[in-house]
Ligand binder design. Sequence first.
Ligand SMILES: [Zn+2]
Length: 322
Amino acid sequence: MAKFKYHFNPVSLSYDRVTTSVRTWFWRVFTFFTATLAISVGYYAVFTYFFDSPKEQILTRELRQMEFQYELLNKKLSLIEDVMKEIQERDDNIYRSIFESEPIPSSVRQAGFGGVNRYEHLLGYGNSRLMVETSTRVDKITKQLYVQSKSFDEVVELLKNKEDILASTPAIRPIRELKYVASGYGMRLHPIYKTMHFHQGMDFAAPIGTDVIATADGKVVETDYRNYNRGYGLMIRIDHGYGYTTLYGHLSDILVRRGEQVKRGQIIAKVGNTGQSTGPHLHYEVHKSGRVMNPMGYYFNDLTPAEYDQMLQMASTGKTFD
Ligand SMILES: [Zn+2]
């Protein structure tokens, strides 16, 4: 049903039908829409400024939950890192105390990831710092776990050879009788040149002809009868494997041949006074992986703590015979 507007005409006293021009009609429609649109935009602006849309509310809640979970992850990571550190320390101790070998260097354990920024894809977000930090920690732990598992493989290998290693590690004194005093690893006055020098071994003062014994299983690699090698006079060098060699100098007699396998405790020579020596004694050296060691650290099979103490006292103060 069409609606018409009428206008009372006081002249003709009749109701005239009001006709609206297209232009007026169009104008009305236009203002109506513009006004409605303006009001809607206004409402929308005010509303979105003060209130989140339901979708935004959900997203915000999810983001908070994610941040919370990240924090939680980081706390758990701290616990894991502590456990990892303890495992590494115990592992290092296994190497040191049981195998007497070098533990894994901490530079290898803690090594990071150099070069390109592998977390570039995490940059440029509000939570970049949190994400990068967490990823870095996870990656570090992963790498440390890998190093650790390799280390355990090595421990298993070492255990297999443990008996052999023990038999091949210098562990007793090269002179059986305890009454023969030993002295001198470290800086000492040279008995002949009267200058300070580093005395690389220990000297055991003992009568000529006293038995000299091998301090671990091994193979005789050097016997010097003719050259009076480097001031050592008559000397023997034994290669024990696993990086260990021992040297016995100033001997009067050699009882083994080069290439011969010897056992710990086997008599290999007699004490003498050959080479650069100021009195009958045995000069004894221990080398590990090319480095000269203090022999005091290699008597653990045959000294009580008290005897060890006494010997240490003599070794640190007594004069050397070189
Ligand atoms: Zn010496």
